[in-house]
Write a protein that binds this ligand. Sequence first.
Ligand SMILES: [Fe+2]
Length: 189
Amino acid sequence: MDLSSLPGPVPDRLLEPRELLELARGVGEQEDAWQECLGGCAQERSYASYFLNEYVGVWIIEWREDAHDTGYHDHDRSCGGVHVARGAIRHEKLRLGQRPVGTRVDAGDGFCFDRTAIHRMRREPGAGPTVTVHAYSPPLEHTGQYGQHEDGLLHRVPTSSEQSLQPTGHQGTPTGRVGDAAADRDTLP
Ligand SMILES: [Fe+2]
């Protein structure tokens, strides 16, 4: 099987967030392709490059444990779209002086973001095996990881996209705990 096959034409320009979400959804529906892709990964790795050209990069990520957590990060110059192909993830967006906005995203749903977005993803506790498809334009080269360091302040740590994201520094109060449903709802305008 050609793992670089896409559901539509090969992108020949930079894509907008909505287009990236559609692309990620299309790839996510090609279950045979990403299932085989993940099967080829080494045990310790949880992500695989699915497609890459100068305009778009697509990654398949497998969330094997509830503890799998990206921590808060940005995507430098890239926009993105994420489709949940299996299981569920918790998607959190950082706010200053307030709890993060947290939502559960189940299989069949997704979201997109522009280059200004700062967010965090982790497997929804108890969701079981989870797979997500991520499309970025331009292809992701750098990220910035956010966390509170020992000096008590928020810092951004530049990171290559080659490195697997994980929490860097204290990540604040998580969403998704029992009884927190009302506070977790996405109440942004
Ligand atoms: Fe991200």
